[in-house]
Design a protein around this ligand. Sequence first.
Ligand code: ATR
Length: 280
Amino acid sequence: MTRRAGIIGYPVGHSLSPVFQQAAFAHSGLDVVYERWETPLPDLPARVAALRAPDVLGANVTVPHKEHVIPLLDEVGGLAARAGAVNTIVNRDGRLFGFNTDGPGFVAALRQEAFFEPGGRAFLLLGAGGAARGIALALLEARAAAVDIWNRTPERAAALARDLGAPARALADLPPLAGYDCLVNCTTVGMKGGPDPEGLPCPLDSAGPGLLVVDIVYAPRVTPLLRAAAARGLRTLGGLPMLIYQGALAFELWTGLPAPVDVMVRAAENELARREGAAR
Ligand code: ATR
């Protein structure tokens, strides 16, 4: 029996998940078709109910449905419940289990791709949306020493820090970067097609030489922030590894097999390069 998986969101036309998940299934010799399940909100209950069919492994969930799917599931894992967001659904014999692999994918990318252990380290997160929430939670779980949050709209940072509890805290003003081990851009500044594609989410003048600069934006692959960091000789990590590792963790939840991460990275990079070439 050919089995199915897919991504639920609206829109999903530009999602890279079908590209690298399909590559992973093919590489692993699994007869699975990964589909784009574009789902307007009114259709969400029926879409999620359809995941209970015996040929469905599960789904990824993306914007704007990560919160909306929760009441439609049978069980939601601890981290997903605390994040208030599910990005992976697993169908086990008709029961639907919700997980969140976004934050753990970020931590895995830090460890595997930047050789950076978050435990005991000081982080500054820029942004206070859903992406920042998932990452902050995973960093607290990984025992980061400090998770400071700064956001353009300070009330959102304060609300997020309150939710998370110590050692997370909100900063009203951008602090000097010298005291941090890692800076993470969780805003959409620098994103192609976003509100400020050429912008920097913060200046880097105060950075110490050991700062790791991470951007969760993956299109373009080298954002203005990453370019500025590299020009200062700082270590950088782009957003693609986080995307791949959240997908790799989802693949492992669906299949019980280790994800072929390298195959997934290559498939995603090829597709991004194709798109960047096509846009020129
Ligand atoms: P997500 O769930 O993907 O994190 P979001 O909830 O829309 O998306 O959050 C986007 C983040 O980018 C927010 O922190 C937002 O700041 P505000 O809370 O002040 O809106 C931030 N952001 C978006 N555009 C920005 C800009 N031009 N300058 C600074 N921050 C920006």
